[in-house]
Design a protein around this ligand. Structure first.
Ligand SMILES: *Cc1c(COP(=O)(O)O)cnc(C)c1O
Length: 386
C-alpha cells in the first residue's frame, strides 16, 4: 500500500500510543486496512453535509446488490454485526414486537443450527447467539451426517449458519448440501463469507449457490475496519433494514439493532471500497507484494540461522506458496535469537513493527506494509539478529 509518510511526531504519539508498521496483514486489532485516496476523499466530501441515513442505506444497498449480483444488500458495521443482524432478521422477519423483544425469543423460533465441527472453530458463533439465538449442533465429533442435519432442520430453526471458510472441515457437509437440505425444510441459510472476496467473482458465488444471506467484512476489501455488508434475499434484507440502528427514535419500536450504529462516512466508504475492489487490477496489487518481498530479502542479505522464502500467508493463517504476499523466515538453531524474541524486539521499538510468528517461523506480510517501509523493517531485523 502506498500512502503519505507518517508525520513525526504523530497524532498517535500525542495520544500516548506508538504507531505500528503492520506486517501481519488485515487484523481488526491493528486497524483493518488502509483506505484508498479516492475512498478517503469521498469520506471527506460526505463529512461536509448531512443526509438521511435510511435513504443512504437503501441506495448504497441497491448499489452493492448490483455489484455482487444479489437481490438486495445492506451496509452493516462489519461482518460480525451482519451475522447478529442477519440472525435477528431471520428470527423476527421484520415483526416490530418481536424485534423489540430480542434477545428474548419467546413467540418465535429462537434456534439456529450450526454443524458441530464448524461451531467449535468459528469464533463468530458468539455473534450469532447475540440476538438471543440458541445454537443447536448438527453432528458430533466425527462430523455431520445427512440424517443429523435433517433432524436438526426438521425442528424449524430460524436459520442454519455456515462459516464458508470452514466448508467441509472434519466430516462436515458442504455448503451445497446444507443449502439443498435447508431449502426442503424452508430454513434460511446464513453464510459468513467475511474474507472470501478473492478472486472478486467469488463474492457472487454464495448467493448464486442459493444462500439466503451472506455476510462480508469491508476490512478485507480495503474498506473501513468498521464496515461490512449483508446481501441476499430481498425479504430478509428488508427484515435486516427493519432491525438495524435507523428509526429507533422516530419509529414505533425500540429495535434490537440500535447499538450497531454507523456514520455516513462508513456507509459511503464501504460501498465505494467494494466498487474499487471489484474493478481493481489485482495482478498489479499482487505484483506489489512480490516486489516488496524481493526488496526486503535483498536488504536483509545473509543472516546466519535464517532461511528465507517468498510465501503466501492465508486469511486462515496458514503458509502456502502462491500468490506471494510475505517474506517467510525460518529460524534454525544458528540464529542469534528465537523467532518469538525477534518479534518481541521488533514490537518494542518505535514505530512498533508487528509480524507473524509461529514456532520457528516469522513472516513479514506485505499486504498492509507501505512500499518503502521494507527498509526500516530490514534494519530492525538485522539489528536484532546480527
Ligand atoms: C473479520 C471476520 C469477521 C468479522 O468481520 P468484522 O467486519 O470485523 O466484524 C467474521 N468472520 C470472519 C471469518 C472474519 O475473519
Amino acid at each position: 500500500m502506498s500512502s503519505p509518510p507518517m508525520p513525526q511526531p504523530s497524532i498517535f504519539h500525542r495520544l500516548g500510543v506508538k504507531p505500528v508498521i503492520n506486517a501481519c496483514g488485515i487484523y481488526t486489532d491493528l486497524g483493518g486496512s488502509i483506505l484508498s485516496p479516492q475512498v478517503w476523499a469521498a469520506m471527506t466530501e460526505v463529512n461536509a453535509s448531512f443526509v438521511s441515513l435510511p435513504d443512504l442505506l437503501d441506495r448504497t444497498g441497491e448499489l452493492i446488490a448490483r455489484l455482487v449480483g444479489a437481490q438486495a444488500a445492506r451496509v452493516t458495521p462489519g461482518a460480525a454485526a451482519a451475522i447478529a443482524l442477519g440472525v435477528g432478521a431471520c428470527m423476527t422477519g421484520g415483526d416490530g414486537e418481536k424485534m423489540e423483544r430480542l434477545p428474548d425469543t419467546s413467540g418465535m423460533s429462537g434456534e439456529v443450527v450450526l454443524q458441530r465441527n464448524q461451531r467449535l472453530r468459528w469464533k463468530y458463533t458468539r455473534c450469532a447467539a447475540m440476538p438471543g439465538a440458541r445454537i443447536v449442533d448438527a453432528g458430533d465429533p466425527r462430523g455431520t451426517t445427512r440424517e443429523q442435519l435433517d433432524a436438526a432442520l426438521s425442528a424449524h430453526p430460524a436459520a442454519v449458519l455456515v462459516p464458508a471458510h470452514l466448508d467441509a472441515v472434519d466430516g462436515t457437509l458442504p455448503l451445497a448440501e446444507i443449502i439443498a437440505a435447508a431449502r426442503r425444510q424452508g430454513v434460511p441459510v446464513v453464510v459468513d463469507a467475511a474474507f472470501l472476496n478473492f478472486p472478486p467473482e467469488r463474492m457472487r458465488s454464495f448467493t448464486a449457490a442459493g444462500a439466503d444471506l451472506v455476510c462480508f467484512s469491508a476490512k478485507y476489501f480495503w474498506g473501513p475496519n468498521a464496515g461490512g455488508f449483508i446481501c441476499g434475499r430481498a425479504d430478509l434484507i428488508a427484515a435486516v433494514a427493519a432491525i438495524d440502528f435507523t428509526r429507533f427514535e422516530s419509529g414505533r419500536y425500540r429495535v434490537f439493532g440500535r447499538p450497531f450504529k454507523m456514520d455516513r462516512h462508513t456507509i459511503v466508504a464501504t460501498a465505494l471500497a467494494l466498487a474499487e475492489w471489484l474493478a481493481m487490477d489485482h495482478h498489479a496489487r499482487l505484483d506489489t507484494y512480490v516486489r516488496q518481498v524481493r526488496r526486503l530479502a535483498e536488504l536483509l542479505g545473509e543472516i546466519p540461522g535464517l532461511v528465507s522464502s517468498a510465501k503466501y500467508f492465508t486469511m486462515d493463517e496458514a503458509f502456502e506458496d502462491e500468490p506471494v504476499n510475505c517474506l517467510h523466515l525460518r529460524f534454525t538453531p544458528l540464529a542469534r535469537r528465537s523467532a518469538a524474541d525477534v518479534a518481541t524486539v521488533l514490537a518494542a521499538g518505535d514505530p512498533s513493527i508487528q509480524v507473524i510468528v509461529e514456532g520457528d517461523q516469522l513472516a513479514v506480510v506485505m499486504e498492509t506494509v507501505r512500499e518503502g517501509d521494507e527498509r526500516l523493517i530490514a534494519e530492525r531485523l538485522r539489528d536484532a539478529l546480527l
